[in-house]
Design a protein around this ligand. Sequence first.
Ligand code: GLU
Length: 467
Amino acid sequence: MTQVRTRFAPSPTGFIHLGNIRSALYPWAFARASKGVFILRIEDTDVERSSQEAVDVILESMQWLGLDIDEGPFYQMQRMDRYKAALQDMVAKGLVYPCYMSTTELDALRERQMANKEKPRYDGTWRPEPGKTLPPVPEGVQPVLRFKNPVGGSVVWDDKVKGRIEISNDELDDLVIARPDGTPTYNFCVVIDDLDMAITHVIRGDDHVNNTPRQINILRALGHEPPVYAHLPTVLNEQGEKMSKRHGAKAVTQYRDEGYLADAVVNYLARLGWSHGDDEIFSRQQLVEWFNLDHLGKSAGQFDEAKLRWVAQQHMKTTADEVLAPLVRGQWAARGVQVPAALASGDLLNRACALFKDRCSTTVELADWLSMYVTDVQPPAEELVAQLTDAVKPAVAALRERLATVTWDKASIALALKETLAQFSLKMPQLAIPVRLLVCGRSQTPSVDAVLELFERENVLKRLQLT
Ligand code: GLU
C-alpha cells in the first residue's frame, strides 16, 4: 500500500488561532495514525502579507502542540523555478494557451454576463480550437497563461467529509495559471506541490472546496490521479461567527501562556470535528491510535470555552505530578517568585500538585493555588474577623503549640487538630476555616491536614501566630 503523506499548508500572515491549527492537527494525526509522513508547506506567495515572524508563530504553535513535522518546512517562494519549469512543460504539452484579453475587456465581458444574468466566466476568446481563427495578437501585451479546462463532463470526487461532490466542467472556465510576468498563480503552485510532495490525502478547510475541481483537472492533465480530499467545515466562535482574529479569536500560543496543557488542547480540537464513539477525553496516544477520516463531522464545529476548560481539567487530573511540577515552577519563574529550596526541587511540589490539580483547568490556576507555599498570604479581612472569633482564638493558639512539637506529617497534624477540637468542644469547620484563612489565605482547600503537611512547619507557626 502507498504510504500516507499529508500536509499542512498555511499562509503565513501573522496570526494562527485554534480553527487554523486544527487544519494542522488532522493531517498530522492522520499521518501518525497511518504511520505516514506529515509535511509542512508554507504558502508565502502573497509577499505583501507573508513574513518570517508569521512563519515562526506557526512553528511555535505546532511545536507547543507537539505536531512534529517529518518533511519541510518547504517555502513556495523558494520553489518558483520549479513552478516555472512545470509551466514550460504545460506549454510544451499544449495544455495551456496565452490569453491577451486586457482587464478592460474582461471587465466589459463580466458586465455583459451579469446584465444577462449569467455566471461571470472567461468566454474562451483566446482558446485555440481546430478550425478557429484567433484574434490578432495585440502588440506589446504580455499574455497570461490559461489552462485548457476539459470541455463537457464533470469532476467528481468522494470527499471524506462532504461525500460525493460533482462539478460540471461547464461551470469551470479556463483558469489563469501564470500572470503576465510569468509568475504562477495560487492553484497551480498547490497542484505542483501536492504532486512533488506526493501528497496522498489533502485535509484542509472547506474554504478551498471551490479550488478542488480546478486542481483535479490540472492534475489529470498532467497525467496524475487526484489524492483523497477531506474538506473540514469551518470552526465558529461562541457567537456563531467564523473564527477569526477580527472576531476576537485568541492566538494558539495564548492558550499556552494561559497554562493550558498541550494535550488538552489537542484533545479538544480533535473532538471539534471528529469523533471516536462517545469518547470525550483521550490522550495523544489514543488520538494517534484512533484517528481516521471516516468520522469527521459534517457540520461546523463551534468553539466553547467552557468545554475547553472542562477538557483541560480532566487532563490536569490525569497528568503526572512530575509533569505538572516543572510547569508550575515555570509559571512562578515568569512571575518572578522566589521559590524556597524545598519546592525548587524534590518531591514536595509533586505532592502539592497531586493535592490541588483536581480543582484546576490550567497550570496557571495550579500555580495560583500553590502560591500559598511560596509567597505570603493575605486573608480576606472581613472573613477573618467573622471566623476568628474570641472563642476560637485560644483554640488556634493551642493548636499552634501542639504543631510546634508534633512529628511533621499528615497523621500527626490530624491528631493535633482532633485533640484541640476536643479540648475546646469545637466542630472541625470552626477551627479548620480560620486555620485555612491564616495559613492559606482562603477558606476552602483540600483536607487541612494534607495541606498543612506540605508547608514548612516554621511557616505554619508564623502564620498561626495571633499577636
Ligand atoms: N494556504 C491555504 C490556507 O492557508 C491552504 C491551502 C491548502 O491547504 O491547499 O488557507
